[in-house]
Ligand binder design. Structure first.
Ligand code: 5GP
Ligand code: ZN
Length: 113
C-alpha cells in the first residue's frame, strides 16, 4: 500500500522519531504549524476515524496516554496544548493514515480554520 506514514513505520523514509513502541509511533511533522508539532499514529494502518471499531478502543487510549507522556516530557503539560484529528476531505485530512496532531508552545485560537 502506498501510504507515507506506513513507510515511516517501516523506516523506509526518514522521520524525527520522538517516541516508539510496538503499537504507536510519534514523529515531528515535516511542516510544523506550531513550535511543537508531533504526529502520533498507530503502527497499524487505519484510514481515519471513520474506520475505527471496537477492536481499536485500547489502541486509541494508548495514543492519548502517549501524548500525555510526551507533553509532560517536553514540558508543555502545564502550559497547555492542542490535540487535533482531521477526518476526511472537509475535515482537512491529507494523509489517509489515522493520526493525532500534538501542537504546543504557542497560544491556540478558536474556532480553528
Ligand atoms: P492531516 O492534514 O492529514 O491532518 O495531517 C497530515 C500531516 O502530515 C501534515 O501536517 C503534514 O505536514 C504531515 N506530513 C505529510 N507528509 C509527511 C512526511 O513525509 N513526514 C512527516 N514527518 N510529516 C508529514
Ligand atoms: Zn498507512
Amino acid at each position: 500500500m502506498d501510504c507515507i506514514f506506513c513507510k515511516i513505520v517501516k523506516k523506509e523514509i526518514p522521520a524525527e522519531i520522538i517516541y516508539e513502541d510496538d503499537k504507536v509511533i510519534a514523529f515531528k511533522d515535516i511542516n510544523p504549524a506550531a513550535p511543537i508539532h508531533i504526529l502520533f499514529i498507530p503502527k497499524e494502518h487505519i484510514d481515519s476515524v471513520n474506520f475505527l471499531d471496537e477492536v481499536h478502543i485500547d489502541l486509541i487510549g494508548e495514543l492519548f496516554l502517549k501524548i500525555k507522556e510526551v507533553a509532560k516530557k517536553l514540558n508543555i503539560a502545564n502550559k497547555g496544548y492542542r490535540i487535533v484529528n482531521n477526518c476526511g476531505e472537509l475535515g482537512g485530512q491529507t494523509v489517509n493514515h489515522l493520526h493525532l496532531h500534538l501542537l504546543g508552545e504557542r497560544q491556540m485560537q478558536w474556532p480553528p480554520g
